[in-house]
Design a protein around this ligand. Sequence first.
Ligand SMILES: Cc1cn([C@H]2C[C@H](O)[C@@H](COP(=O)(O)OP(=O)(O)OP(=O)(O)O)O2)c(=O)[nH]c1=O
Length: 258
Amino acid sequence: MTKYILASASPRRVEILGHLGFEFTVEPSDAEDKLKKDFNKLPPKEKVEELSFIKAADVAESLILTKETEEGDAYIVIGADTVVAVDGEILEKPRDRADAGRMIELIQGRSHDVYTGVTLIYIPKNILENRGVKEGNKYLELFKILENQMNEGEKEEETSELGSIIKSLLNENKLIVRTFSEKTEVSVYPMNEAEVEGYISTLEPYDKAGGYAIQGRFSAYIEKINGDYSNVVGLPAGRLYHEIKEVYRCTTSLLKTI
Ligand SMILES: Cc1cn([C@H]2C[C@H](O)[C@@H](COP(=O)(O)OP(=O)(O)OP(=O)(O)O)O2)c(=O)[nH]c1=O
């Protein structure tokens, strides 16, 4: 049986994946905070794709190295990241009230893009079953070295090596990794000062990219969208379902190589 793991603390992602009918467990990753790498230099599409990979790879690596498996299950780990992009600036979650106000001022009365990147990592049961043998130990050692480097706060290139176990397994054709992203264009009605103030006085902006929730009070200010609605809320449901189907299509060739 294949088990699904959502590598995200976002309650919106839990809801969207639940709607798709998958049974899954939630194991959030704090890999993003561990990295010193400056993702802000990347364009939004690359940034969300890279961060989704980092989150999924972090959870997949711990799974490969530590998880007690039941009767040799296979796993699909799902990582995601969402940002708002306006005039070449990337808006993540606002730091404070002033930052939330700045973001709402920036996006009101015009359109912006919301990007969500998703990474799926399929771990066949054979990898988990082989953990105890020689090859498994090789990865365990690599993982320990990386962890020590992070603890000691060593050089930036080394701390950004998170995901290298997944990459080396992928190179050896032992995993399936699929990364993709969706863009949704969102047009926001003009807002007056009282409306901006009123909105940032709610708790809504503070855990959302761009400082707003299309699914909440901010719906009052949404004029139209072009693209997938669920993508704005944190997970592009339709694309995700079809990408998971594609993963299963690829498992046939993967299993031949293990
Ligand atoms: C634009 C927008 C974003 N969001 C949310 C989706 C994401 O949860 C959040 C963007 O932050 P992310 O950093 O993508 O995700 P997260 O911190 O919530 O969870 P994790 O890192 O553990 O995966 O913003 C909405 O809920 N509604 C919206 O309209």
